[in-house]
Design a protein around this ligand. Structure first.
Ligand SMILES: Cc1ncc(COP(=O)(O)O)c(C=O)c1O
Length: 397
């Protein structure tokens, strides 16, 4: 691997996630601080343009979180109350909560065991047989592993139902040359602190539709028909005049955050290279550990997360005890995710039982995410592998 420095000694604790920020980010944030304009302005616009160019999409709109971006995309598509949106239960709660903001419901379809993404056959069955008014399909590219987009886009076309991609984990990653987030009516990326690039908090909506882009622009800032930046900085007369045409939201991305995004975007390719390198190292070093099920080895992966599964029949420790044993060796791990149908809110609302989505349940019980981020040094990745192997040796049946 790269970054080998034999002089280096690994720190005592290896966190599960750590942002990679350098002097470039610091310098640009300081420039914003000194500019006298902190909220959405020229840097937010520049970030949108750079993101648009990077993905080769016609419209990108910066927002203050992917949650906000998902909400605004679905709102712009006119998702109505009491309709159902097909999505995965195997995701972070943001994916489904935005449906509830709109009075709509998640129609959960179980995941494929290999990809941990929505099973297109389940989606087809739901469209054909659920008997519910379905208003959209909302796939999640879990961990950065792309969903199989062809069957999903086919179904969206065949049933005339919009497709919005939750690409919070999936920047950047491609399927047959086309980027995650660019297949449907809208795609939403997250720049939360642990994501593949970060603005601290932030997100981006991309869309091929000018109408959606305009609606998102307006609704992210109070439903005002003109940019706040115009309002305060233009030196035309009566610049304070503005109209409110809808009850919008406060979802704009500040220039402070956008400055981080501009610099992070320049590093997106090198960050991806490093995450791929770490994934390749884990594959190489853990392939012979027969109590582990490693994720699928595929180029269609942004490697935001490296989710492995522990085979319960081969081990005397369950997942939590395995994670505790790694923690005792100074390795931070995490679990992605406790499925939404097992969460109190969704359980109470829809009466789910854990086994209603058996693949999600089983994956949750046995999954463990290892540290994978550009700043993870070779010595640290080696320590992760050594710790997994050592715990595995002790816990092997
Ligand atoms: C799959 C998924 N969708 C959406 C989100 C929401 O992202 P944000 O924190 O930017 O609102 C997250 C956040 O972790 C996520 O994991």
């Amino acid at each position: 691997m790269m970054n080998r420095n034999t002089e280096e000694t690994a720190p005592s604790f290896i966190p599960f996630a750590r942002p990679s920020l350098g002097p470039e980010e610091r310098d640009l944030v300081i420039r914003v601080l000194e500019s006298g304009w902190l909220t959405s302005g020229r840097y937010a616009e520049e970030f949108e343009k750079a993101f648009q160019e990077y993905l080769g999409v016609p419209f990108a709109r910066a927002v203050n979180s992917a949650t906000a971006g998902l909400h605004l995309s679905l709102e712009a598509l006119g998702i109505q109350p009491d309709t159902w949106v097909i999505t995965s239960p195997y995701t972070f709660t943001a994916t489904a909560e935005v449906l509830r903001y709109l009075g709509a419901h998640p129609l959960f379809v179980d995941i494929e065991p290999q990809t941990l993404n929505l099973d297109p056959r389940g989606v087809e069955e739901a469209l054909e047989r659920s008997g519910k008014p379905i208003s959209a399909i909302l796939p999640v590219h879990l961990a950065g592993r792309m969903c199989s987009m062809e069957p999903l886009t086919d179904l969206s076309r065949r049933f005339g139902i919009p497709l919005v991609e939750d690409a919070a984990h999936a920047f950047p990653v491609y399927q047959r040359g086309k980027a995650a987030g660019t297949f449907g009516n809208a795609g939403v990326f997250s720049f939360y602190a642990t994501k593949t690039i970060t603005t601290g908090e932030g997100g981006m909506v991309v869309t091929p539709s000018e109408k959606i882009a305009e609606r998102v622009s307006m609704m992210r800032l109070h439903g005002i028909d003109r940019k706040a930046w115009d309002r305060y900085t233009s030196n035309r007369r009566q610049a304070w005049e503005y109209d409110v045409v809808a009850a919008g939201y406060k979802y704009n991305l500040s220039d402070l955050c956008a400055a981080l995004g501009l610099e992070q975007l320049k590093k997106a390719d090198s960050f991806l290279r490093r995450r791929k390198e770490i994934a390749a190292f884990y594959f190489e070093q853990l392939a012979d550990q027969d109590y582990l099920l490693l994720p699928e080895k595929t180029p269609e992966h942004a490697w935001h997360l490296f989710i492995l599964q522990l085979l319960p029949d081969a081990l005397t420790l369950d997942r939590n005890a395995f994670a505790d044993a790694l923690l005792a060796r100074g390795i931070g791990t995490s679990v992605h995710y406790k499925p939404l149908h097992m969460m109190t809110y969704y359980r109470n609302l829809y009466g789910y039982k854990p086994e209603d989505f058996p693949v999600s349940l089983r994956t949750y019980q046995h999954c463990l995410s290892l540290p994978i981020y550009p700043g993870l040094r070779d010595v640290e990745a080696e320590r992760v592998v050594e710790a997994v192997r050592a715990v595995g040796r002790q816990a092997r049946r």
